[in-house]
Write a protein that binds this ligand. Structure first.
Ligand code: AVI
Length: 321
């Protein structure tokens, strides 16, 4: 049944729930997994041995910081702008190297969460007192637009964690285009892309035996229950992961174990699930150099350099306009 509430009063989350659960096949957007509990579960995922991405990128930043920094205007100065800074654990490796070689730079972490930024600021003051930084709260592109309009130093834009992999190719191209629009010819984009690899390794990373990824995925239902007064029975759904080695797309689903009805009171919405019906919740795209080059070219960017983890599982690329 369609909601009777006026569309103008709906939040982005409510709109996504209404459109996604009324669609066939059903879907919900993974960006709504990240409330306080979702953030905590993602931290746990990053610490799991199966979730190789974090360690691979950590090692690239730890072992190749000097090579990465070669392209930065170390003497005349640059701004290091990180989109989605989180706890900055990996970035601190690069910051520490830049601080050691006395690079002239300011670190500008951008995040939607003021809380996350404040924690990062406290850690930076304690651990890297020589690093100049300014915390920028807001949406990535608002902040980036503002920065490029008044700041004329070289900009290094950092996007870590293969976050781009949670976007379909068309959205990933739009994301790159918005960054490209704010870059000058001397600026650099430094971005992580998880690579295609043995399908079992990908499946294990997104379907751990302890059920942390399952809890992360189900956090969507937890949020709908709590924030929209719904009655999803969490036990009546299970997490399912697929990986298509041809396209490199890993997909997360929640699968209904039985024929069931769910009431979402705040939206005046009743949703029926047939047994084995799915809600598609996330894609985690895996790449190769050709695909990255194709995405970049669609956004008028060129690959400048590639930094690869020792096992080849993960790569960071620098791009120029
Ligand atoms: C944030 N993002 C890059 C993670 C990924 O690998 O797609 C989110 C995630 N989903 C399940 N595990 C981790």
């Amino acid at each position: 049944m369609e909601s009777t509430r006026k569309p103008t009063t709906l939040t982005a989350f409510e709109k996504d729930v209404i459109s996604g659960l009324n669609d066939y096949p059903k879907h919900l957007s993974s960006r709504f997994i990240y409330d306080q509990n979702g953030d905590k579960l993602f931290q746990e995922i990053m610490a799991m041995p199966e979730y190789y991405l974090t360690e691979c990128e950590y090692n690239i930043l730890k072992n190749q910081s000097d090579l990465i920094a070669e392209k930065f205007n170390l003497k005349s100065g640059f701004d290091l702008i990180e989109l989605g800074a989180g706890d900055g654990k990996k970035t601190k490796l690069l910051l520490s190297h830049l601080s050691e070689i006395d690079a002239n730079f300011t670190y500008l972490p951008v995040d939607i969460s003021q809380n996350a930024l404040d924690e990062l600021g406290t850690a930076l003051e304690r651990e890297l007192p020589k690093v100049n930084f300014e915390l920028l709260q807001g949406s990535y592109f608002d902040v980036l637009n503002q920065l490029s309009s008044y700041n004329k130093r070289q900009k290094i834009v950092l996007v870590l964690g293969s976050n781009i992999g949670n976007l379909m190719h068309s959205d990933a191209i739009d994301f790159l285009k918005k960054i490209q629009k704010n870059m000058s010819s001397e600026d650099l984009l430094f971005m992580g892309f998880d690579q295609k690899k043995h399908p079992q390794i990908v499946l294990d990373a997104y379907n751990d035996s302890k059920g942390i990824t399952e809890a992360f995925n189900k956090n969507l239902l937890v949020r709908i229950n709590r924030e929209l007064d719904a009655d999803f029975n969490l036990e009546a759904f299970f997490h399912w992961e697929t990986y298509d080695p041809e396209t490199g797309t890993a997909k997360s689903f929640l699968v209904s174990k039985a024929d069931q009805d769910v009431r979402i009171a705040n939206l005046d919405l009743d949703v029926h699930f047939k047994a084995w019906e799915t809600i598609h919740t996330e894609i985690s795209q895996k790449y190769d150099d050709d695909t990255v080059e194709w995405l970049a070219s669609k956004a008028s960017l060129n690959i400048d350099k590639i930094f690869e983890s020792e096992n080849g599982f993960y790569k960071n690329y620098t791009f120029k306009k």
